[in-house]
Design a protein around this ligand. Structure first.
Ligand SMILES: [Zn+2]
Length: 312
């Protein structure tokens, strides 16, 4: 993982995008310190802390979670003294993902179910043992403004886009935005609770802040071209999915047939299945937080990967 100084007392810790779980984090090293997102497991979060310890004098006294997915908050317990801040809906969703379940899948590389065995291989770098999810206890609804030793920090709720409780962190003076998983950069987005319209609007909100640097939840740093390209992707996939839906094509088949064009080079292109499913849910009139059969989608993504491997 790599530490980048973005402005005075403002840092990003970037994990190279190697697929599932390789998220980014931020450090505001002023006024007691604030960390934006921890990592997916304890070993990676320990390395994050070692990385930040190169610049901070003492561990940060605040942690902000941009949303509830484990790859942004399962290291929270390694900041035992910190106030943990998040959106009310982020805290409410905290128990949904279970470290023990992921660890069981990770250990099941010999599974007879090829989709489970493939998922186990994707999780091989992670160790979900010992995680005790620690939810935010300082909660807000629309926005929360902090003053870190003279540095204004704005926490803005922009969900339901990637999840219901999506928060971005804006530093107006430094012109930096930590976007959490509202923005994936050069990797295919995956979305949970939310709608296309809200996600596109959330990306508009990031562009409207006119940031010089955006730290995406996954992938490399970018400027406003990042959210613009992701908007174009979402619009394209929604339009294609709408066409296939009208023709009665099942979601998995639609995901296989959509021509990815310029997006074929983004990592994990098979995640398009999540976006097609979201479009289909919306076209069926289901609510933004209708339950998702996650294992079925991961099975479908495995099928797409295999089909691509065969050149089908
Ligand atoms: Zn993530």
């Amino acid at each position: 993982m790599e530490l980048q100084e973005l402005a005075r007392d403002v840092y990003a810790c970037l994990q190279p995008d190697r697929g599932l779980g390789t998220s980014n984090s931020g450090l505001l090293d002023r006024g007691g310190g604030l960390v934006v997102d921890t990592f997916w497991d304890l070993p990676h979060t320990l390395r994050l802390i070692e990385t930040y310890a190169r610049v901070w004098k003492a561990p940060a006294r605040r942690v902000v979670n941009t949303h509830h997915n484990g790859d942004h908050c399962w290291g929270n317990q390694l900041f035992p003294q910190a106030e943990v801040i998040g959106h009310r809906l982020c805290a409410a969703a905290f128990g949904r993902e279970k470290p023990a379940l992921l660890q069981a899948i990770r250990n099941d590389a010999a599974s007879e179910d090829p989709a489970v065995a493939a998922l186990a291989r994707l999780l091989a770098d992670w160790d979900f043992t010992g995680i005790e999810p620690r939810a935010p206890t300082t909660l807000f609804d629309d926005r929360l403004e902090l003053d870190l030793g003279g540095m204004a920090v704005h926490l803005l709720h922009v969900g339901p886009a990637h999840t219901a409780g999506d928060v971005i962190v804006h530093l107006p003076a430094a012109r930096v935005v930590f976007a959490g998983d509202v923005l994936f950069r050069r990797c295919t987005p995956i979305g949970w609770d939310g709608t296309y319209d809200r996600w596109i609007a959330a990306l508009d909100e990031i562009v409207a802040l006119a940031p010089a640097v955006i730290v995406p939840g996954h992938g490399p740093l970018c400027g406003v071209e990042g959210p613009r390209e992701m908007q174009a992707y979402l619009r394209y996939v929604r339009a294609e999915a709408t066409r296939f839906f009208a023709a009665g094509v099942p979601a998995l088949e639609a995901a296989r047939r959509i021509d990815l064009g310029p997006y074929a080079g983004w990592t994990e292109p098979e995640r398009i299945l999540f976006q097609v499913e979201r479009a289909y849910r919306e076209l069926r009139g289901e609510s933004f937080d209708a339950p998702i059969d996650v294992m079925a989608l991961f099975r479908g993504m495995h099928t797409l990967r295999e089909a691509r491997g065969r050149g089908a």
